[in-house]
Write a protein of this length. Structure first.
Length: 397
């Protein structure tokens, strides 16, 4: 044994087999010399009844003094009951973020999320999360890593960046639940989301008339199928979500309501007004096809309503209107006609009242107009009074 120094280590000549030389000052610290001439610093220690070796690093990359300092630290960990070799092996075998994503999709999303949500999550993971974080070990991902990814996505798609952040938050919560990361270490905490401006677009009375004319014109000239036109009319008349209409089956239709066994918010019973019922009853049926809004296949439903809608809205002069705005319009008309938020919540299938209350200001506008109308009529009857001088009021008219 001799003291390991730069000079003494470099003087060691390779042999036909690898061998060890141990340091005279630090027990358990040594260098391993391979037949190739490569030399690696290491520590040897006992863990329980077993002897273990831990490679610190290569000579040349580390100096003898640097390796000795690291050896002292590692051997101190051993004294405190730790096993550096086992820790390193566990770390190398630890699952990556890519593996966590796969388990998330197979063990959680597949059982707890709707198909559309599952597809959205899979797209976010494939396009944004895996390319950047997929190779990281789960326990090594930091808040800085998540923040950098959020900023990167935000440069081109700020709303998508928020969706990705939400998925990552759930991912790391599950990692904690599954014992893959220490509790309370979710790296998405305190990362601020991008501000999102809620899109609220309602069709005015005139715009509703324009849309109706465009829909009827499409039927007359055959530019759109009766299923496309009927789907859009049903969206307007029921306030349903798009998929609730395009995937509607005849078995869900009754005279007074649509009984959906599953929707975005679970089972729903949607009131069916007579006007909507008449549209449904006027649609042709096809043997073997259970869907109301038929698609191009013999037994399928309409899968693409967006492209027809873009043609129809252009014809109606409503090119900034989305299909979902028809649902907003239904809710706005309901509020303006005095339907209370609790009733509207049930009609719309909202999970919570707060979502419905987004439309409350529309009811306030209707109340204001009604009050103004009453006041105008009374003023015409009794004569409007203006504030006069200190001598009293002056009656006008």
């Amino acid at each position: 044994m001799f003291r390991l120094t730069k000079r003494s280590v470099e003087a060691l000549e390779p042999r036909s087999k690898d061998f060890f030389e141990w340091d005279a000052d630090v027990s358990g610290f040594g260098v391993r010399v391979y037949p190739s001439g490569k030399k690696c610093y290491m520590v040897q220690y006992r863990s329980g009844s077993r002897t273990r070796r831990y490679t610190i690093g290569s000579h040349g990359v580390l100096t003898a003094d640097q390796a000795r300092s690291e050896a002292k630290r590692l051997l101190g960990d051993v004294v405190r009951g730790e096993d550096p070799s086992s820790v390193r092996r566990t770390k190398r075998q630890a699952p990556t973020v890519s593996g966590l994503c796969e388990r998330f999709l197979s063990d959680y999303v597949a059982f707890h999320c709707k198909p559309t949500t599952a597809r959205a999550y899979a797209t976010l993971i494939r396009n944004h999360i895996k390319p950047v974080l997929g190779g990281f070990l789960i326990g090594e991902v930091t808040r800085a890593d998540i923040a950098a990814l959020h900023v990167k996505i935000s440069e081109t798609a700020p709303y998508q960046a928020n969706r990705a952040l939400a998925v990552l938050s759930k991912l790391f919560n599950l990692a904690e639940d599954w014992g893959l990361r220490d509790e309370g270490t979710n790296p998405t905490r305190r990362i601020k989301k991008n501000r999102e401006i809620e899109k609220k677009r309602y069709l005015s009375d005139e715009e509703q008339i324009s849309l109706g004319r465009a829909l009827n014109a499409c039927l007359e000239d055959g530019s759109e199928t009766e299923f496309v036109v009927s789907a859009i009319m049903l969206l307007m008349l029921t306030g349903c979500r798009r998929n609730e209409i395009t995937t509607l089956k005849w078995e869900y239709v009754t005279y007074t309501y649509l009984d959906l066994p599953d929707s975005k918010t679970g089972r729903r019973r949607i009131p069916l007004p007579r006007e909507a019922y008449d549209i449904l009853m006027g649609l042709p049926r096809r043997d073997g096809n259970p869907f109301v809004i038929q698609g191009i296949t013999d037994d399928g439903h309409l899968t693409d309503l967006e492209r027809p809608w873009r043609r129809i809205r252009k014809r109606a002069g409503l090119e900034d209107v989305r299909l979902h705005d028809l649902r907003h319009t239904y809710a706005s008309v309901a509020m303006q006609n005095g339907i209370d938020p609790f009733t509207l919540k049930e009609i719309m299938g909202h999970r919570n009242l707060q979502t419905t209350l987004r439309y409350a200001h529309l009811a306030d506008d209707a109340v204001q107009r009604a009050a103004g109308s009453v006041a105008s009529r009374l003023a015409a009857s009794i004569g409007k009074r203006n504030v006069g001088d200190r001598q009293g009021l002056r009656v006008v008219g």
